[in-house]
Design a protein around this ligand. Structure first.
Ligand SMILES: [Zn+2]
Length: 160
């Protein structure tokens, strides 16, 4: 494949290289797959934005597995379980909406935030937090969530 090599500053035949690499994330050594482009003319390597994203995502995922940190898809699925928007879910959890947004897009959460969000999987825990932070929500938002929670609890009764 042809791509502009930043060293030659010309279109060059590029090889895509994938390999396992060790590096440190938050003080923890992890090993995960990285991808980069190798210029077949000058022999130098570089990473495109997509390749950097790919490598970073792999690195974060390896870190999540090692440290038992929640994955972005898990956050989204727990939030959706209650039909809550990012804005509302953040308010109930005492998080910044902008923080929740980037966590769902792939930014690593701290262990504390990860544990907090995982706790919300249990609807009684979510109900507890909802009760505590309800005052931040509008009556219609409260109504919607209460309906959802009633449905959740009737489901779990049925499945027992
Ligand atoms: Zn080159």
């Amino acid at each position: 494949m042809k791509r502009v090599c930043p060293y030659c500053e010309k279109f060059r035949e590029i090889e895509i290289v994938k390999k396992m690499e060790k590096y440190i994330i938050h003080g923890i050594e992890i090993e995960s797959e990285v991808e980069f482009s190798l210029c077949t003319v000058c022999g130098k390597d570089f990473a495109t934005m997509n390749q950097m994203d790919f490598s970073l995502t792999n690195g974060y995922n390896a870190y999540r597995k090692l440290e038992n940190i929640i994955f972005p898809e898990e956050i989204i699925s727990i939030r959706r379980k209650y039909g809550a928007s990012q804005k509302i879910f953040a308010k109930i959890l005492d998080l910044e909406e902008s923080a929740l947004k980037i966590y769902e897009q792939g930014t690593l959460t701290s262990k504390a935030v990860s544990d907090l969000i995982r706790l919300m999987e249990a609807s009684e825990k979510f109900t507890e937090m909802f009760g505590k932070n309800k005052y931040k929500l509008s009556p219609s938002q409260i109504g919607k969530l209460e309906n959802m929670l009633t449905k959740q609890s009737s489901c779990s009764v049925r499945s027992v």
